[in-house]
Design a protein around this ligand. Structure first.
Ligand code: ADP
Length: 438
């Protein structure tokens, strides 16, 4: 029988007893009252015992009870037991998590929804100069004052890490990443990337130095080859073909060195320090169009320019020339005879766009993601034949990054390609329109 049924039977039994005694003694109401008060006192007493036992600290055992109360006591203490073991498990997990994160070589900081510090590991104390005794509960941006970090934390865009000098040691570079988890909690992980940065810088310096060193001897060799080619004397007559080939190769090497130097300059210069100026892009595009027409003259290509003549933007003239001309000259070079190359310069709600569309050989889809890698060429032989260095699109990518712009490439083999640069709306110079009142 269920406890409730038992309790109802008990009540029926007590009421019947009170009625019988009342009937015999002629005090029915008083008997019923005495039984009811007794029943209430019994319940009250059980509630009191339960409350006392629940308030007792530490591990307690259920009080002895009868009727429905025996069942209630048993259930409550079972739940308490389950709760205790769940708490114990959770505490073990937390201790294990803390021990493992504390032992992690990366600096780890647990932040709450207001970016206040909740917990830090040993590595964070060293790398970020944080002290648990003083800094727990403080807002992280009060302790890491680097402007880049303050921007990173306030924008709340944690998709990529940020690199900055360690607040504890200027010579150390940290890569900091914030990972949201749980209910509005955040985990900050900082990794020491000083060695990686040094290696990267060494690689850049090496390329830049070697390109500088090669430049002078190459210019000398190229100059001599030029004079030898102009030489009309009989002694060099048989060598003319070889000299021509050597000249072509030395000029190709000069182009590679120039492109490498340009790339290392783009990589080494801090784009944030760059002073952008107002660029009349339409004028630039007219110049590039004329140069492209000369480059593709032999192939009778039509070079078209569709341009918003009012649209100007902030940027660096030499870099934008390099970027646009690389894209246009590539289109001319990779488009066969009688093809067409269309340049477009326009604005929409997403920003300003420079687009080069050609009817050329196209690019297989699997190669598109790799086009901006240094020395990547779809067809090495073809690129070399037309004087390519394999560095043009790497330069384009760097220049666009320095202008906060992006590159989008669509292509279909044997139908043509479209390279589209998108510049942010903030780069556009809004023209002042004067309204003349009649
Ligand atoms: P390259 O000096 O070889 O042209 P780039 O970096 O400018 O080097 O381009 C990389 C590769 O991308 C080229 O070798 C070529 O295979 C491909 N490519 C670039 N532009 C075009 C285009 N408009 N049409 C077809 N292929 C192209």
């Amino acid at each position: 029988m269920s406890p409730w049924n038992k309790e109802i039977w008990r009540l029926i039994w007590l009421t019947s007893l009170a009625l019988i005694i009342g009937f015999i003694s002629d005090y029915t109401l008083i008997c019923l009252l005495i039984v009811s008060i007794g029943y209430i006192i019994w319940h009250f007493n059980n509630i009191k015992r339960l409350e006392k036992r629940l308030n007792k600290p530490g591990k307690t055992y259920p009080p002895q009870g009868s009727g429905i109360w025996a069942d209630i006591f048993e259930r409550i203490f079972q739940l308490q037991k389950q709760n205790r073991s769940r708490k114990k498990k959770l505490a073990t997990y937390i201790t294990r998590f803390r021990e493992s994160t504390a032992a992690m070589p990366d600096a780890t900081v647990v932040l709450n929804r207001y970016d206040q510090i909740e917990w830090i590991n040993k590595a964070a104390q060293k790398a970020l100069g944080l002290q648990p005794a003083k800094d727990i509960g403080l807002h992280l941006s009060n302790l890491i004052r680097h402007p880049g970090f303050i921007r990173y934390i306030s924008l709340k865009n944690y998709s990529s890490p940020i690199e900055l000098p360690s607040p504890a040691n200027e010579l150390q570079t940290l890569s900091i990443r914030i990972i949201p988890y749980g209910q509005d909690q955040r985990l900050l992980i900082a990794r020491d990337v000083t060695r990686l940065k040094q290696l990267e810088q060494m690689r850049r310096d090496f390329i830049s130095n070697i390109s500088h060193e090669l430049r002078t001897p190459l210019t000398v060799i190229h100059g001599y080859l030029e004079s030898m080619q102009d030489e009309t004397g009989e002694s060099l007559q048989d060598w003319q073909e070889n000299i021509k080939m050597m000249r072509r190769q030395s000029s190709r090497m000069q182009h590679i060195v120039d492109d490498l130097l340009m790339l290392s300059r783009l990589e080494n210069e801090d784009s944030k320090q760059m002073a952008h100026e107002a660029i009349a892009v339409p004028n630039l595009l007219h110049i590039i169009k004329d140069e492209a027409a000369i480059l593709g003259a032999k192939k009778q290509q039509s070079i078209i320019l569709e341009c918003d003549d009012e649209l100007t933007m902030l940027g660096t003239q030499s870099e934008l020339y390099s970027c646009f001309s690389n894209l246009v000259f590539n289109a001319v070079r990779y488009t066969p005879t009688e093809g067409s190359v269309t340049m477009r310069w326009y604005q929409d709600q997403n920003g300003a766009h420079f687009e080069v569309q050609d009817t050329g050989i196209g690019i297989p889809p699997q190669h598109i993601p790799r086009l901006t890698e240094r020395f990547f060429r779809v067809d090495v032989g073809r690129s070399r034949d037309i004087g390519g260095t394999g560095l043009g699109l790497a330069i384009v990518k760097h220049i666009l990054e320095r202008h906060n712009a992006s590159l989008d490439i669509t292509s279909k083999v044997n139908h043509g390609s479209t390279f589209r640069c998108r510049f942010p709306t903030e780069s556009i110079i809004q023209q002042q329109k004067t309204v003349i009142k009649a």
